[in-house]
Design a protein around this ligand. Structure first.
Ligand code: EZ4
Ligand code: CO
Length: 401
């Protein structure tokens, strides 16, 4: 079997997605997600100009060799653009291998290690009172784990909370500006979780995303102040370029730490995992080099008591979500899977076999990934420039969004 064609499809059913579709001479096709939020066309160009010509004529069965060829062969290693492009190829090849074998991809990864994939949803609201109602609606739908974000009194806008019903961070062609105050934030968050625990009791799994806003000592204080409310994790407490910073947080708090949605390779996580500085690694298929590389990261994590907690925001397409579910179902050290739910317009462009029931996602039993792109539908939604926001301190200093 040979690869005869690879199409890069950019579509915007409410938000932008980049998809690679690989076609073989025997008619079997595979799809991979290549979406890098707010930098979509960089990956599309990387694929079209520098990767697709290398794929034509290759044997699609050689997944590992193709991964190594694209990684080592680029010379310029790593980085989100390169690794998202490699991920798209890798994911599409796993899809093809599954279809050729007549098996869902999780079977090729060793079969199921659990009956379903526990997911967490996002309860976002402007105030504590309104977030309680949001949490209730998740509990009513069977969710066992919920990420809680609220507006911060004294701040006009906050990460995770939008004016409309559906949170969409890439909300304008050019970046909007948010304003941040660590003092207001650190004062408010423990009040939120005190109230949530009072209302929902001790066992509902609760999570919170700090979104890179703090320094290590500030994060240590947050973690300590949240200990009475037994969170499952705080996420991205500090930017992770300085991995040593996590050691300081760790010394001060037993609140579990999760990180990794912006990581691209096992090298980005190595120190955090092997020094046991984190509890959950949040890399996912599209931004961490595909199923092949993600599995390698999770296997390393398994040696150090670190569990998976893959990123699953709506800027990762249903193709990534399907692929993530196959990995989640198979690995021994699965923790949680983020699941924000796509809009009906997105679901229409990406027909898929995965489904939600009682707090779990199931990838389904279709051969391959069980997801595809409807190219006619996709063509009806042309690309629209969209940027992630930026963040400034109250005195105007640029901060982390
Ligand atoms: O801001 O995916 O945990 N989820 C997140 C996301 C990220 C977006 C950025 O593109 O932090 O909402
Ligand atoms: Co996050």
């Amino acid at each position: 079997m040979r690869i005869t064609e690879a199409r890069v499809i950019v579509t915007c059913p409410g938000r932008n997605f980049v998809t690679l579709k690989i076609v073989t001479d025997e008619g079997v096709t595979g799809v991979g997600d290549a979406t890098l939020n707010s930098r979509e066309l960089a990956v599309a160009a990387y694929l079209t100009e520098h990767v697709v010509p290398l794929l034509i004529g290759r044997d699609p069965a050689r997944i590992e060799d193709t991964w190594q060829y694209l990684y080592r062969g680029a010379y310029w290693r790593r980085g989100p653009v390169t690794m998202s492009a490699i991920a798209a190829v890798d994911t599409a090849l796993w899809d093809i291998k599954g279809k050729v074998a007549g098996l869902p991809v999780y079977q090729l990864l060793g079969g199921r290690s659990r009956s379903g994939v526990t997911v967490y949803g996002h309860a976002n609201a402007s105030s504590i009172e309104s977030v309680l109602a949001e949490i209730s609606s998740y509990v009513d739908r069977g969710y066992q784990a919920i990420r809680v974000q609220t507006g911060i009194p004294g701040l006009e806008s906050t990460y995770g909370v939008s004016a409309g019903a559906h949170y969409e961070p890439a909300d304008a062609a050019l970046p909007t500006e948010n304003v941040w105050s660590t003092a207001h934030y650190l004062d408010h968050v423990p009040r939120v979780f005190a109230r949530v625990r009072e209302e929902f009791g001790p066992t509902l799994r609760l999570l919170h995303d700090v979104h890179h806003r703090l320094t290590p000592i500030e994060a240590a204080r947050l973690g300590r102040s949240l200990e009475p409310y037994a969170l499952t994790w705080i996420e991205d407490p500090v930017p992770a370029e300085l991995q040593e910073g996590f050691r300081l947080i760790r010394q001060h708090t037993t609140t579990p730490l999760a990180v990794g949605e912006v990581f691209n390779t096992i090298w980005d996580c190595q120190e955090l995992i092997t020094s046991q500085l984190i509890d959950y690694i949040r890399t996912t298929v599209v931004h961490a080099g595909g199923i092949t590389h993600l599995r390698r990261i999770f296997d390393l994590a398994a040696l150090y008591h670190v569990r998976s907690g893959s990123h699953g925001a709506t800027d990762l397409s249903p193709v990534c979500m399907a692929a993530a579910l196959h990995v989640d179902l198979a690995i021994p050290n699965f923790g949680l899977q983020e699941y924000m739910r796509h809009t009906p317009a997105t679901d229409e462009v990406f027909p898929h076999s995965y489904w939600f029931e009682d707090g779990y996602l199931h990838p389904g039993e279709e051969p391959g990934l069980g997801v595809d792109i409807d190219e006619e539908q996709a063509a009806r939604h042309p690309y629209r420039p969209a940027s992630l926001p930026v963040n400034r301190l109250q005195d105007g200093t640029m901060h982390n969004w």
